[in-house]
Write a protein that binds this ligand. Structure first.
Ligand code: SAM
Length: 660
């Protein structure tokens, strides 16, 4: 393997393109062989965009983060630098290529010795390594021009500030409960310091006298071996509640433990796995039949779901058949079709006994054209004069309805005015009707009001989407959580809701790289925060099999073989336990919980699957037992069965896709 080329690529793709400009840093990264700092056998992962395990529950940091920390330390050739948290030695090696001398402290003796050996072999003779507690610094070698701390502290340790030279820079992740921020502290005078926030990060904890101590949960969390004598696999094997099939009555009864929740969120680690749909259908039926759950809300657009809601409630619908846009297979599939038919049959039974029906809703915000139609239809009936005004206001969105992703770009050019004001005004006016108009408490009003909310959120969504970053994601998931709240409000205190959405939406984002690296929040987190004690988050996962997915957005749905899960992932851990199907209650056993707090990779396959860039495209670090309340495991899974496209000549029949 030509390592120089691979290294150059890493620097180009993972470092320079993300804004690291310091030539000293990028040159050092091209020079230091990162593959020499990982365990034998893991060399092939050394150049990926991720932290990697180096044993003892510790990690070699992600290349970009190391580069960012060193750039922000603003090093000069003559500088004397301290690194706290030597780990593999990689960051110290980089520092040694830029600065005059590096002092490096590591609390794990094995790691310190190994790093020292690596420096010797590479001939890096300007690094001193010591075993000890770096939260106290290295007083004898102080003062330092720069100090880099490669582990997260609850507060800035005073000794480190003290050991900065005048003008010296300290780079350190600080924060409690996984909400770490990277800080730069500059000593401006004997007793004054300047502090700057460099963004969210996720580091293993700094453990020491002036850092996390043995009593703190953060400490117990990341060093489970101290508290849980058993290996995670053994704990999983003991706690796994096995089942043979989701049709097994025992299976559905496993979920009795969530009966008291008001919101149960059921995830999926792909958007194209049959078992995930079948399991969610079985669990939903059980919770509806036995525990009074009456609302289902899914990761689909409001207007499309409304069409299905009408059909399962025996109402006629007009407009195009639902779920006509990419990715159609997510709802037009055989497995979901069976559940749709069950909802209809159940509602027919309920109608006969005058019981309240099951209602079905969509939480997503993509279908703008149908939403505009819903608002206008409602106003045409309720207040034709206002309908004219609404039509004019929504006119500014019309050019973008078929390809709203280009809206953000158009707004940027200034040639087009943003529709923000008009769309918001329409939404506010419609919502205030509910206060004035007693007839506006019904379903039709809910539909129109939610469509107006969708349009206001979608307008913003597409405007910010152009810039990338976390804003668009946060907007979408906040909109979803708001919709859940509106639904519960609308249906009253007895209402209970089941949500079907991807694990990336329903697993608490605070305990994944989403929050740490990208400042993202999600639906599961917001439900937990807003409905404390009433929310259950259940993730679903798999090791291997086949999946329906596309190569690109708007691409063809294909059945694709899934790569077996990566070593060091939660999936591989579950696979290694050797049980094919089980539920893991992550709250039932303290030891199990503690041992699955440790960060590991987890796989996320959406509507696009790119096996050739598996690690980069589909994995992130997570803390499983904090992210979910329970995890449902299918070792091997099958692709779901998309419903056949209709004859293009005749178009979709009115009852498509469920025959309802
Ligand atoms: N810079 C390292 C590299 O390039 O591989 C990665 C460091 S790893 C993210 C954090 C390291 O900090 C771990 O090896 C951990 O043992 C160490 N550590 C935690 N608390 C420490 C302390 N008080 N003093 C010294 N090392 C500490």
């Amino acid at each position: 393997m030509d390592m120089t080329r691979i290294r150059d690529r890493m620097v180009e793709h993972l470092v320079t393109r993300r804004g690291i400009r310091d030539r000293g840093v990028t040159n050092a990264m091209r020079m230091v062989p990162r593959e020499k700092f990982v365990d034998p056998g893991f060399e092939e992962f050394a150049y990926e965009d991720a932290p990697l395990s180096i044993g003892d529950g510790q990690t070699i940091s992600q290349p970009f983060i190391v580069a960012l920390m060193i750039e922000k330390a603003d090093l000069k050739a003559g500088d004397k630098v301290l690194e706290v948290g030597t780990g593999s030695g990689y960051a110290s090696a980089l520092l040694s290529r830029i600065a005059r001398h590096v002092y490096s402290i590591e609390r794990h003796e094995r790691l310190a010795l190994q790093a020292r050996e690596r420096f010797e072999k590479l001939g890096y003779d300007n690094i001193d390594v010591r075993v000890g507690d770096g939260s106290k610094g290295w007083a004898k070698a102080a003062p330092f021009d720069a100090i880099i701390v490669s582990a997260g502290a609850p507060e800035v340790p005073p000794a480190l500030k003290e050991q900065l030279d005048l003008g010296g820079r300290l780079i350190i992740p600080v924060g409690r409960d996984h909400a770490q921020r990277l800080k730069r502290i500059r000593r401006t005078a004997a007793t004054t310091f300047e502090e700057e926030d460099l963004g969210g990060v996720l580091f293993v904890p700094l453990i020491g006298e002036d850092a996390w101590t043995a009593e703190h949960p953060m400490y117990t969390a990341t060093t489970p071996s101290l508290h849980a004598e058993k290996a995670p696999c053994e704990l999983i094997r003991e706690a796994a509640e096995e089942f043979s099939s989701v049709d097994d009555r025992r299976f559905a009864a496993f979920f009795d433990r969530f009966a008291e929740s008001r919101i149960v969120l059921l995830g999926e680690s792909t958007h194209g796995t049959a078992e995930f749909y079948e399991a969610r259908a079985a669990v939903s039926r059980h919770l509806i039949e036995h525990y009074g759950f009456n609302l289902i809300a899914v990761e689909a657009d409001w207007p499309d779901a409304a069409t299905l809601d009408h059909r399962i409630n025996g109402r006629t619908t007009k407009g195009s058949p639902p779920f006509s846009r990419f990715p159609k297979w997510m709802w037009r599939n055989l497995e979901f079709s069976g559940f749709a038919r069950w909802m209809k049959e159940e509602n027919d039974r309920r109608k006969a006994s005058r019981a309240d029906p099951i209602r079905f809703y969509g939480l997503d915000l993509y279908n703008m054209s149908e939403s505009i139609r819903s608002v206008l239809d409602y106003l045409e009936r309720a207040d034709p004069e206002t309908a004219g005004i609404a039509r004019e206001r929504y006119g500014c969105l019309s050019p973008w309805q078929s390809n709203p992703a280009t809206y953000g770009r158009a707004v940027l050019t200034d040639a087009y005015r943003s529709c923000e004001e008009a769309v918001l005004k329409q939404c506010t006016e419609l919502l205030t009707r509910s206060l004035e108009d007693t007839a506006s408490n019904g379903d039709d009003f809910l539909n129109a009001a939610q469509s107006a909310r969708l349009l206001a959120a979608a307008e913003r969504y597409y405007r910010v989407m152009y810039y990338g970053g976390s804003q668009a994601w946060n907007l979408r998931d906040t909109y979803m959580a708001d919709t859940v709240e509106h639904l519960l409000d609308f249906h009253g205190p007895a209402a209970k809701i089941i949500i079907w959405a991807h694990n990336s939406h329903i697993g608490d984002a605070r305990y994944t790289e989403m929050a740490a690296a990208r400042d993202e929040r999600n639906l599961g987190q917001l439900c937990r925060q807003r409905f404390d004690g009433m929310t259950s988050l259940i993730g679903l996962g798999t090791h291997s099999g086949e999946v329906i997915a596309a190569d690109d957005w708007d691409g063809q749905a294909e059945k694709k073989p899934m790569n077996p899960s990566l070593p060091q992932s939660y999936e591989r851990l579950c696979h290694d336990c050797g049980k094919p199907r089980f539920l893991l209650d992550l709250k039932a056993d303290e030891q199990l919980h503690a041992s699955l707090v440790e960060q590991r990779l987890q796989r996320f396959i959406g509507v696009i699957y790119r096996p050739e860039t598996e690690r980069l495209s589909h994995y992130m670090l997570t803390s499983l037992s904090r992210q979910y309340d329970a995890f449902l495991w299918f070792d091997e899974t099958h692709a779901l069965t998309p419903l056949a496209p209709q004859d293009p000549g005749t178009g979709d029949p009115e009852t498509f896709p469920y025959g309802l």
